[in-house]
Ligand binder design. Structure first.
Ligand SMILES: N[C@@H](Cc1ccc(O)cc1)C(=O)O
Length: 520
């Protein structure tokens, strides 16, 4: 399976309100798929019932938390009926204090998809019209400008989600047609009337985990692809080093049956065409960064199923407060905005992904160094004769790989253990899931950079081996031959020093678009 593809996503339609969404649905919407909200009159009235129930409570009882009271610790403050309708707008405005980088339009689309998915469950007391508005924004590709910092991840993502709420009411900025513009201008141009939030709608929009969940969906897609790519890179490293393919033997792996780890061993074995079981070979035991690669990449591969389960359950949940059960006429106060599951997945994912950066960094160290590389030139330089003296091959790229790896490893500190009490001690235990998710995105980026450098370096290593007459092109498996061919399109053998930044960036882009063919 390759990463969810950008161009094919654009032709997709993702249905909301019908069934549980998969994380791939969110990725597809992020990459441009259209959103389609369930239209049946049954569904519309089911949703509307929640909003109407809030209205009836207001008129009958006059008190509903977050509707006629202040928010959070301020819930003891009563808001008079004359001011109730201004309250949601105030909620969006006082949370307009996000800082840091702006989420990309793709990430912002994923956030909208996650919030729509949660509200479409129908337990949040919002109107059908509000759901339609999010659908409209997605389909017109109007994306809120959302700063990524300022969420503790346990009143959900209040501050970043206030930027979605603000856009629905016609405030703050959006990205439209590639430009950052005031929402009001874009609405005027397109004849869109700003939404007037009903009593609970500000809270329902903001009091949930959509930002961290969105990032988690996007991260999962990239991590899953990296696990396959790292397996290919390992096979190529083994070939370049003239390593021992016995390390990936199926009888060997049957003895330690973690399914994900076995999958990785099988992929590497297939790439190396290892199907016999020789008792001995000239090279008995390669170093751990080759021999234990299935055990290292396998941790991520084996963790993917539980990560998917955590992410998709969150994605399809009503994760706000209070929960509105219009059928049974209950208002249920709880803490469903607490993003502990996503925090744990993101903290775990960044750890397993950074371990892959570290693994590849070690593989790079082996192929660069004539003390370990079994007869390849230093730094994989392809130059010969007198020109060898001035050419440095992949030396600086290896240094870059070490820097990216160190930075990835540095970002693995769990965020979820840094809970702090905040908001006058109402939020005295929080998840920090959004920080974990942001760390994870950074670790993915750095690890993709490491993988890009390794794809080029391992290709160079194999090509040098072929040039030295120690490996026969025709003995390569079709999968490895295909990767070499894909690399060769833009990267010819490195003989004379040249700046490699452009090709590295291009290779990273291709990783992020899932363009390298990998095992499935
Ligand atoms: N998440 C809080 C509500 C809240 C909203 C906004 C705040 O600024 C603070 C708290 C709750 O449901 O209990």
């Amino acid at each position: 399976m390759t990463q969810t593809n950008q161009s094919s996503s654009k032709d997709m339609i993702v249905h909301f309100g019908h069934r549980a969404l998969s994380l791939e649905d969110v990725v597809a919407v992020a990459k441009g798929a259209k959103a389609k909200l369930k239209e049946s009159s049954d569904y519309q009235s089911y949703i509307q019932k929640g909003a109407d129930f809030i209205d009836s409570l207001l008129s009958e009882e006059g008190v509903v938390y977050g509707v006629t009271t202040g928010y959070g610790d301020s819930c003891t403050v009563t808001v008079g009926l004359d001011l109730v309708h201004e309250l949601p707008l105030h909620l969006t405005r006082f949370h307009g204090c996000g800082l840091g980088e702006i989420l990309s339009p793709m990430q912002s689309r994923a956030v909208m998809a996650c919030r729509l998915s949660s509200l479409a469950v129908g337990k949040s007391g919002v109107s059908y019209e509000l759901l339609q508005r999010i659908e409209t924004l997605l389909n017109l590709n109007i994306t809120p400008v959302i700063p990524e910092e300022g969420s503790v991840g346990a009143s959900g993502d209040l501050t970043p989600l206030s930027y979605l709420a603000a856009v629905l009411v016609g405030e703050r900025d959006v990205i439209y047609q590639g430009k950052r513009q005031p929402t009001a201008d874009v609405y005027a141009e397109l004849n869109i009337t700003p939404l007037k939030l009903r009593p609970k709608e500000g809270l329902a929009l903001m009091n949930g985990t959509a930002v961290m969940t969105a990032l988690a969906c996007l991260a999962y897609d990239r991590a899953q692809y990296l696990s396959r790519l790292a397996s290919r890179i390992t096979a190529m490293a083994s070939l370049a080093l003239k390593g021992n393919s016995n390390h990936f033997d199926d009888i060997l792996f049957a003895a330690k049956p973690h399914p994900g780890q076995n999958k990785i061993a099988a992929w590497i074995r297939e790439d190396l065409n290892h199907h016999e079981h020789p008792r001995n070979s000239d090279r008995l035991q390669d170093r751990y960064s080759i021999r234990c690669a299935p055990h290292i990449i396998g941790v991520l591969q084996d963790a993917l199923p539980f990560m998917r389960q955590f992410i998709e359950t969150e994605l399809n949940s009503a994760n706000d407060n209070p929960i509105v059960d219009a059928e049974g006429e209950h208002i249920l106060h709880g803490g469903h905005f607490y993003g502990g599951h996503i925090a744990f997945v993101m903290d775990s994912m960044k750890n397993t992904v950074a371990n892959i950066a570290d693994l590849i960094d070690r593989q790079m160290a082996l192929v660069m160094d004539p003390k370990f590389n079994n007869g390849l030139p230093a730094n994989l330089s392809g130059s010969t004769g007198a020109r060898q003296a001035i050419n440095h091959g992949f030396k600086a790229v290896q240094i870059g790989v070490s820097a990216w790896t160190a930075e990835a490893l540095k970002n693995t500190m769990p965020a979820s253990v840094f809970s702090r009490s905040t908001e006058c001690h109402n939020q005295d235990k929080v998840s920090m899931g959004t920080i974990a998710a942001r760390d994870c995105m950074r670790v993915l980026q750095l690890t993709e950079q490491v993988a890009a450098a390794a794809l080029l370096a391992m290709s160079q290593g194999i090509n040098l081996r072929i040039a030295q007459g120690e490996l026969c092109q025709s003995s390569l498996t079709p999968s490895v031959a295909k990767t070499l061919e894909q690399v060769k399109v833009d990267f010819e053998l490195l003989t004379e020093d040249r700046p490699l930044e452009p090709i590295l960036r291009q290779t990273v882009d291709k990783i992020q678009q899932g363009q390298w063919e990998v095992c499935s």
